[in-house]
Design a binder for this molecule. Structure first.
Ligand code: OXD
Ligand code: MN
Length: 609
């Protein structure tokens, strides 16, 4: 039996027994209980620098920051190796991969047997959400990766304080992770990122028993199990059962020049600029945006019938390429110290560089594969397109003072959106909660280059931006959203909007500048929440009148004609949209709630008028 390398810091018998059971299976060299301290972070970071797995960046450029290069086969979430292993296949639904849980556990136990030989098993008690908040949840992750431990330090709240709240009998979500690369006697990684080949990777969720088992990948959402696995896939199941919401949403605080505040939560598919919107710097004078979260929102009803949201995370796991001082100054500052970079390029003076950082590569670089890289001769990118920064939320200059309020913030508006070069206007508002749920259920982004099995120009539907993250049947998830609308009244529920920053003209010119100018659309949303804001009722919902969006200082970039196009109702486009929604809805069969069928029918009738 592996020995404990430090004193067991809890009297939670079930937790200790569970840890020892897994140690007996994985056979690590020792068990280490994480305390979440800075000393622990620093020690593990230094060990990884010494072993060659991490590079310490120049402290004059990026204080207290590290660079990791992953194995080229382990660079992103692996959706085709992600499983919702519910008892019944029907409960995973048509949008998830399913394997019978008994069969999957048998296969995975075979893989876990001895998988941590030569490594340490780290026990990470973590809280998703401010420690002790009634909306927060506790998880415990077992992992053989020190990279995971230090990332969890930034992305969640880790250690002794969590065990105190857990007490002797508290509930936790058990999360097991291994990189799947045991070491033989005397063998070491030699600075090479350990992971298993793709066919041995499994990111498994057992919704009935609320367990997460992950094997073979050390990267991001596959390995930092608090994020997508717990805070979305397992939490969505808990939220359904307990009447709350776990959503793939940013949360922002919007303050008007008069000092009035609205809180907005928004769901956008991956790579649609959620982090940028959450940290936006308004171009409209007097308006202020502050960040509560950039990826996940957990929401519960307060006694007053309003939905209160917390950000269950404590950091940002942001995509580096394309992030620069123009697109997201606040993210750049957040990642200017105390940051873990993964798969970006290294400069000669010990700084980082990536495509779209806003300036040319300063001299010869070391690319994300560890090779010399020169802009003049390069045939490949210096940073991987999914290169990441793991940065502390507390280092974000735009972080709202109440971002850790255990009570959460009351949400005034929900936004949905995706990349849609045509048809979908810049912004429209739902006519009711049910119509808003309909809007969420048809979220999608246009496929630009032929990707996956989709043709360029078609829309990849990503309902509520939850396609890869819903832990149960998406049809039942739609029903859950409809039920949430029954629990309160229209004046207290968030108003629902659909936005589209990505409209283009027929010849490919962007119609809307986006980024800081999105504050102009937020202003209209703010006004609509207050019952003001000029709008017309159309076949697809309420739309701003052409003069309702404040274009002060933007008149040259976005002309009256552009504005008309951005807010035009494209009936022919919507008829095509209707056909595509019909196909999308067919997937859900009997699980599609009648209320959504009725919404689609009503849209058809309105379009025919
Ligand atoms: C993410 C994602 O990494 O949505 O947040 O893919
Ligand atoms: Mn995300």
């Amino acid at each position: 039996m592996a020995k404990h390398l430090n004193a067991i810091p809890t009297k939670h018998a079930k937790l200790v027994e569970w840890v020892e059971q897994w140690a007996a299976i994985c056979k690590p060299e020792g068990i280490y209980w994480c305390d979440g301290s800075k000393a622990e972070y620093d020690r593990l970071a230094e060990e990884m620098v010494q072993s060659g797995l991490a590079v310490r960046l120049n402290p004059a450029k990026k204080p207290n920051s590290l660079l990791f290069r992953s194995d080229p086969s382990d660079v992103a979430r692996v959706e085709n190796r992600t499983f919702i292993a519910s008892e019944k296949q029907e409960d995973a639904g048509p949008t998830n991969n399913w394997i019978d849980p008994k069969e999957l556990k048998k296969t995975m136990l075979g893989l876990y047997d001895g998988c941590m030989k030569g490594r340490i098993l780290y026990v990470i008690p973590f809280s998703m959400g401010p420690v002790g908040s009634n909306i927060a949840k506790i998880g415990v992750e077992l992992t053989d990766s020190a990279y995971v431990v230090i990332n969890m330090h930034i992305m969640t709240r880790v250690g002794t304080k969590v065990l105190e709240v857990l007490g002797d009998k508290g509930e936790f979500v058990p999360c097991v992770h291994s990189v799947g690369k045991p070491l033989a006697e005397g063998e070491s990684d030699h600075g090479i990122w350990p992971c298993a080949p793709i066919e041995k990777k499994y990111i498994a969720h057992f919704p009935e028993t609320r367990e997460i088992w992950s094997f073979g990948s050390g990267y991001g959402g596959n390995a930092l199990l608090g994020k997508k696995c717990l805070a979305l896939r397992i939490a969505s199941v808990q939220a359904r059962d307990e009447g709350w919401m776990a959503e793939h949403m940013l949360i922002l605080k919007l303050t008007s020049p008069e000092g009035k505040v609205k809180y907005v939560a928004g769901a956008f598919p991956s790579a649609c600029g959620k982090t940028n919107l959450a940290m936006l710097i308004p171009t409209l004078k007097g308006w202020k945006v502050e960040t509560i979260g950039d990826d996940i929102a957990w929401m519960k009803f307060g006694k007053d019938g309003r939905l209160y949201a917390i950000n269950p995370e404590a950091g940002f796991f942001g995509v580096a390429p394309g992030t620069n001082m123009e697109s997201n100054k606040n993210a750049m500052i957040s990642a200017s110290r105390d940051t873990i970079f993964t798969n970006v390029a290294l400069t000669e003076d010990g700084d980082v560089w990536w495509e779209g950082i806003g300036y040319d590569a300063p001299g010869t670089l070391i690319d994300w594969k560890g090779q010399k890289w020169d802009a003049a001769t390069a045939t490949e990118k210096a940073a991987h397109p999914n290169a990441r920064f793991t940065a502390r939320a507390s280092n974000c200059p735009a972080i709202a003072p109440e971002w850790e309020d255990p009570a959460g913030v009351p949400i005034d508006a929900f936004l949905f959106g995706g990349r849609r070069p045509n048809t979908i206007p810049l912004v429209h508002q739902s006519m009711s909660w049910e119509h808003g749920v309909f809007m969420g259920s048809i979220v999608g982004s246009e496929v630009t280059a032929a990707a996956l099995d989709l043709k360029a120009g078609t829309v990849r539907r990503d309902p509520f931006a939850m396609l890869p993250f819903c832990g149960y049947n998406m049809g039942d998830y739609f029903a859950h959203w409809l039920e949430i609308g029954q629990k309160s009244t229209a004046d207290k529920l968030p108003k629902i909007f659909f936005v589209n920053w990505f409209r283009k003209t027929a010849d490919g010119r962007w119609l809307w500048p986006g980024f800081g100018d999105n504050s102009r659309v937020l202003k209209w949303i703010f006004e609509r929440c207050d019952g003001t804001g000029k709008a017309v009722e159309t076949q697809i919902g309420y739309m701003p009148t052409v003069d309702a969006i404040d274009r002060t200082g933007l008149e040259d970039k976005v002309t009256d004609a552009d504005m008309k196009e951005l807010l035009a109702l494209d009936i022919d486009g919507w008829k095509k949209e209707f056909d595509s929604i019909k196909v999308h809805y067919e997937k859900f069969g009997d699980k599609l709630p009648q209320a959504l069928r009725d919404q689609l029918k009503a849209l058809e009738q309105r379009l025919a008028k």
